[in-house]
Design a binder for this molecule. Sequence first.
Ligand code: HEC
Ligand code: HEC
Length: 201
Amino acid sequence: MIRSRSGLASLLGRLLVLLAGAWALQVQAAPDAALGRSKAQLCFACHGEQGIAVQPAVPHLAAQPALSLFYQMVQFRNQQRKGGGMETLVAGLSDADMRDIAAWFASQRPPPGQGGAQAERVARGQVLSQQQFCSSCHGARLQGQKHVPRLAGQAQDYFLTQLRNIRSGARVDMDGTMGSAARGLSDEDIEALAAYAASLD
Ligand code: HEC
Ligand code: HEC
């Protein structure tokens, strides 16, 4: 119960402070791609300034959904996911740093598709992708959405390793859905899917 005017005033005052706090949080939470670029200098050596990786074992980050990039960084920071020394590389980043960096890479041009020599494998991968409903989560052109990573144009070596690791459980997935999607795949299936994904731009 509020017994006096001054009681009411102090209650209103506290409410205002709370509202201002919530507003400040929202302002802080808006990711800034330009700031992200300056925070990501360390990352460019492997992932490229525009998010196009220079080695086949390193993933392209360009045009990946920002939320997906953010969650992967969080998983590395929490040591839930390990690989490529990423756990150490992101250890000192705050959530805000990660959102800014994610915004930078998400806003870059997607990697170009690489098809060419493996037409047969690519065709088999496309059929498999439909049969296995990969696009129901990863998007019609495997472009990724929300927390689900982009696969289109992804480096094949990287894709192969990740899908094998997800199938064996060596790489955890955040909600278990990807693990069950991978469980029934053969080695050949995985190779065909990697070739198909890499061919998309
Ligand atoms: C020494 C090379 C190197 C540097 C520097 C580096 N990375 Fe990585 N990054 C990798 C490798 C290798 C992987 C794949 C790890 C694995 O096998 O799981 C990776 C994976 C990732 C992924 C997961 C992508 C996906 O599709 O799941 C993200 C996100 C990422 N790095 C962000 C960053 C950020 C942000 C920085 C800078 C703070 C950074 N990386 C610096 C090599 C590097
Ligand atoms: C039910 C939703 C769902 C389906 C279906 C699905 N995925 Fe995924 N996939 C995900 C999610 C979510 C992740 C991120 C997992 C994580 O790191 O926690 C992911 C991650 C991946 C990765 C790792 C990408 C990276 O950048 O590290 C590959 C490769 C992949 N999926 C391939 C496939 C293929 C191929 C299929 C079809 C056989 C498929 N997925 C079906 C949801 C799905």
